[in-house]
Design a binder for this molecule. Structure first.
Ligand SMILES: [Mg+2]
Length: 258
């Protein structure tokens, strides 16, 4: 009996579990397809709002796992909905074009330039073109009372050759400048887990598979799920074994589920 047999559904992180940057974790998509063939329900939960769910689904399908975009929940969409649920209607967004498009679909009006200093909400997600002007605009808007939201506090993004600065690193600059504390849409907060559980409603025994203790494992634990840490991403075996509390299971990679 394999570990996979103990569950009928999985929430699966993407970066560091299925792929690292542009490189697939060896065997990951074959494992995902085998899980589907065995009748397991899969929902993907990513703190990375760099691309829309449709792009991630396409990448999974091209790599051999038949996943639809409805099975992918991104911290970007959850955070955007959270920000839009308040009474403020104007937003300043730091993030990728995909994240900005996601925020725009909620009905929030995106401001830029000096007008954005009057925005009622500021949303933050890590992206490759962060600059001082963005930090300045966010800082001034927050000083004027804007509410702050971010997709995660993940300090880094696992990449081939080393970790890159993540949303948490950029958010820290804004929180340091303003003293504001962001509300987080992604893992480990429960908004994203609630959205994911709705999409995996038929599964009773569900495990969270991820590569980061502070988001995947902590969030899964809070959601009442068994937790499986894989060592293909952000966490070393030493860090995994010394975590308090530790994950329920530690695997070299997702392929070891089978
Ligand atoms: Mg990850």
């Amino acid at each position: 009996m394999s570990l996979a047999d103990e569950f009928d559904g999985f929430l699966v992180d993407l970066d560091g579990v299925v792929w690292v940057g542009r490189e697939m974790v060896p065997g990951s998509c074959a494992t995902l397809q085998e899980l589907l063939d065995r009748g397991k329900q899969l929902v993907f939960v990513t703190n990375n709002p760099g691309k829309p769910a449709s792009t991630y689904a396409e990448r999974l399908r091209e790599a051999g796992a038949g996943i639809g975009e409805k099975s992918i929940v991104t911290a970007g969409e959850v955070t955007a909905r959270l920000a839009a649920a308040g009474s403020e209607r104007n937003a300043f967004v730091i993030g990728s074009p995909a994240f900005k498009a996601t925020v725009a679909t909620t009905g929030l009006e995106l401001l830029d330039g000096e007008a954005a200093r009057e925005a009622g909400v500021v949303l933050v997600a890590g992206h490759r073109d962060v600059d001082y002007e963005e930090l300045l605009t966010a800082t001034l808007a927050l000083q004027r009372g804007a509410k702050l939201f971010a997709t995660s506090r993940d300090p880094t993004l696992p990449m081939p050759g080393g970790a890159w600065p993540g949303t948490g690193a950029i958010l820290a600059a804004i929180e340091t400048a303003t003293g504001a504390r962001a509300e987080i849409g992604g893992k480990p907060e429960q908004h994203l887990f609630e959205a994911a559980r709705e999409r995996i409603a038929g599964a009773e025994r569900v495990a969270m598979i991820g590569d980061r203790i502070s988001s995947d494992i902590e969030g899964g634990r809070r959601a009442g799920l068994e937790t499986i840490l894989v060592l293909s991403g952000a966490t070393s075996r030493e860090e995994a074994e010394s975590a308090a509390p530790p994950p329920d299971h530690i695997l070299e990679s997702i392929g070891d589920l089978l």
